[in-house]
Ligand binder design. Structure first.
Ligand code: UD1
Length: 373
């Protein structure tokens, strides 16, 4: 029996693997295992996502945890090699651009195991961003490059990747969003936080380039305080950001604005219930730029560039940079009702997991169960 191993490690991986795993189980006779590297280990950064997405616990858990990039990636590689030797997968499927992704890509390709990269071809063209290195190297090593949008295909073709290896499959994360929306809508999140639909802002910040830089962090927090003087702002705080806020002594200043609500990281459904009814999302996350585009919710990206240009060209996203004056101006504009309307990009239709399952079955020569729908 042909075997696929899926790699997950960090929060943005779980909602990408869940639909692929589900579709493979429903549509093919492939055997599949989920390997969790343990890059994210807090219950709120990992376990809750398995529960929310209806995924079984990982089959293999490496328990690597945090560390420097070299340390974390190297530890993952050592453990993965042992597992691949034992399990002998016919295909390793990686998603996204985190350190778990590049660790698996390096080990898989050196062992001569076919490698598939889901969410291939995204480029920020900013080599100081760790994820950009992970994307470029993973794509270079992958046998199959599964892209979410045509701009990603164009990037790969420019880099000289054989077009036969590129498969435009759509955005798999949006499968999870569409499958979960109804459940999320039933949660009492807004009531619990005292919020009115379309009358609050959701903010997230976790990019090292933003939060590890004290001056930038101070400027970004000042923009959230500015916005919170007009409408409530809910700010679920990533552990990295929480640490920096505390080290930089921003706690007391933030507490002076009670409408800026700092909360713990949220589960998938709870967070979706919040973003889907927001008036505006302000973020430096990659995934959230896509989710807001799928939801039709305005998004201001607090970075100088994006690797997801389709969210700007087609969707509701605006890249506003990190200058506080520019961010305040953009937020004020959206809050006054001047919003950018968007459309949902091509193939962000909730069926990407099915397309991936069919592709894997075909490539591995496995008979498909009768495809439904
Ligand atoms: C990682 C990804 C990033 C992704 C983000 C989503 C890389 C290079 N970065 O960044 O692309 O957008 O996940 O969250 O892979 N920590 C905890 N508990 C945890 C995990 C982390 O407290 O469960 C703290 C630790 O102090 C750790 C720090 O957060 O050192 C950073 O974690 P790490 O996984 O290295 O990177 P992220 O910033 O989360």
């Amino acid at each position: 029996m042909k075997k696929v191993i899926h790699i997950v490690g960090a929060r943005p991986n779980f909602m990408k693997v869940a639909p692929i795993h589900k579709a493979i189980a429903a549509r093919t006779s492939l055997q599949q295992l989920v390997m969790h590297t343990g890059q994210h280990y807090d219950a709120k950064m990992s376990d809750v996502f398995f529960a929310d997405l209806g995924m079984a616990a990982p089959d293999i858990h490496l328990g690597i945890g945090s560390g420097s990039h070299a340390e974390q990636t190297a530890k993952m590689m050592v453990e993965m090699e042992k597992i691949f030797l034992k399990e002998k997968p016919d295909l390793v499927s990686v998603v996204g651009d985190v350190n778990s992704t590049i660790a698996a890509a390096l080990v898989t390709s050196k062992m001569g195991i076919p490698l598939s990269h889901v969410e291939a071809g995204l480029r920020s063209f900013e080599r100081l961003m760790p994820e950009e290195i992970n994307r470029v190297v993973t794509d270079r090593l992958s046998d199959m490059l599964l892209t979410p949008s045509r701009d990603a295909d164009a990037n790969l073709l420019k880099e000289g990747i054989d077009p036969k290896r590129i498969h435009l499959v759509g955005n798999v994360m949006i499968d999870s969003l569409l499958a979960s929306k109804e459940k999320a809508d039933q949660l009492p999140t807004l009531k619990q936080l005292g919020l009115t639909p379309r009358a609050y802002v959701v903010a997230t910040l976790h990019r090292p380039s933003n939060v590890d830089n004290p001056k930038l962090l101070a400027g970004l927090l000042s923009t959230l305080i500015h916005v919170a003087r007009k409408v409530p702002v809910v700010f679920p705080v990533h552990p990295r950001t929480r640490k920096m806020i505390s080290e930089q002594g921003h706690g007391p200043e933030l507490e002076k604005t009670p409408t800026l609500k700092l909360v713990d990281p949220m589960g998938y459904l709870e967070f979706l219930s919040l973003t889907s009814q927001a008036q505006l999302v302000m973020t430096d996350s990659g995934g959230l730029q896509e989710e807001t585009t799928a939801l039709g919710v305005p998004c201001l990206t607090l970075r100088e560039e994006t690797e997801r240009p389709v969210t700007v060209e087609v969707g509701t996203n605006e890249v506003v940079g990190t200058d506080p004056a520019r961010i305040r101006e953009a937020a004020d504009r959206v809050l006054s009702g001047d919003v950018k309307k968007g459309r949902v990009p091509e193939l962000w239709d909730g069926r990407t997991g099915e397309r991936i399952a069919d592709l894997y079955a075909r490539v591995l020569g496995v008979e498909q169960k009768r495809a439904f729908g």
